[in-house]
Design a protein around this ligand. Structure first.
Ligand SMILES: O=C(O)c1cccc(C(=O)CC[C@H]2O[C@@H](n3cnc4c(=O)[nH]cnc43)[C@H](O)[C@@H]2O)c1
Length: 255
């Protein structure tokens, strides 16, 4: 088993990635649509691999997404600098309040509503995909589908480039396992009023196949044998990265 786990929502996305990444040692697994199923399934896959003594070393959430008009083109490729739970919080008459701003003890929030991509993993993907649009990717439970909600979410996240439905869930599972994480998306539709005719799924899946070769370039580095000397030198609090095995700095219970 290689060290890389690529999680998609649906089999068509997994097939598109396999077509561009004919490396049977990279695990490419469709797990379902939405952050809850994606997070739970990813956590289970990571735990099973760890229990079998063959832990993964990095996790990528990949698939199609909606793109914010003017920020990324349909058919374009996106690399997430962070995966953001865009609807995790509270409404108020003054507007949406992210969960991080509700005054809850940090221990109850896990990583909060924003999970940054692992810097080294992101840098490696950027190098392999120089034309990709870089920026935060939102995770939503409900596909944005009216002019009003599009304006709201675009205004609330002015730097976000795309929205999808799994990244944050997968990111939380990776963070709980102290593993590097990144999100790779290709744009199937503009975010906006619901219009199935505007969907370019074939184009987005073809772009996913093209982008998948970047994941192949990561795999050799991820499958190296851990070096206790080098990895100890990173220190106990060192953040995990694509080039190093996970530091077990936290447990799923956060203790
Ligand atoms: O029927 C619709 O109106 C509709 C509109 C957008 C997306 C869907 C889906 O069922 C796809 C969900 C699936 O694809 C990803 N995805 C693709 N585009 C978007 C989007 O604009 N907003 C959120 N998610 C999107 C998502 O990650 C899911 O896996 C149906």
């Amino acid at each position: 088993m290689t060290g890389l786990l690529v999680v998609t929502a649906v089999p068509a996305e997994a097939d598109a990635i396999r077509a561009g990444l004919p490396d049977p040692s990279v695990a490419i697994t469709p797990v379902g649509v939405g952050p809850a199923v994606a997070g739970a399934a990813t956590a289970r896959l990571l735990a099973l691999a760890e229990a079998a003594g063959r832990p993964y070393r990095a996790v990528v959430s990949a698939g199609v997404a909606g793109g914010f008009r003017g920020r990324v083109a349909v058919g374009g490729t996106v690399l997430g600098t962070a995966s953001i739970a865009a609807d995790l919080g509270a409404e108020s008459p003054e507007g949406f309040i992210p969960i991080d701003a509700l005054g809850m003890p940090p221990a109850l929030l896990g990583g909060g509503s924003v999970v940054p991509a692992d810097p080294e993993l992101l840098a490696a993907l950027r190098a392999a995909l120089p034309d990709a649009t870089i920026g935060p990717v939102l995770t939503v439970n409900t596909v944005t589908g009216t002019a009003a909600s599009t304006e709201l979410i675009a205004g609330r996240y002015p730097d976000a480039v795309a929205e999808a439905m799994e990244g944050y869930g997968v990111a939380v599972a990776a963070a709980q396992a102290a593993l590097p994480f990144a999100e790779l998306r290709t744009v199937s539709n503009p975010i906006g009023p619901r219009d199935r005719d505007a969907w370019r799924m074939r184009e987005a899946l073809a772009a996913l196949t093209e982008a998948a070769s970047a994941l192949g370039q990561l795999a050799p580095g991820l499958s190296r044998v851990p070096s206790p000397t080098r990895d100890a030198a990173a220190g106990p609090g060192a953040a995990p990265s694509a080039g190093s095995p996970p530091a077990r700095t936290r447990t799923p219970s956060g203790s």
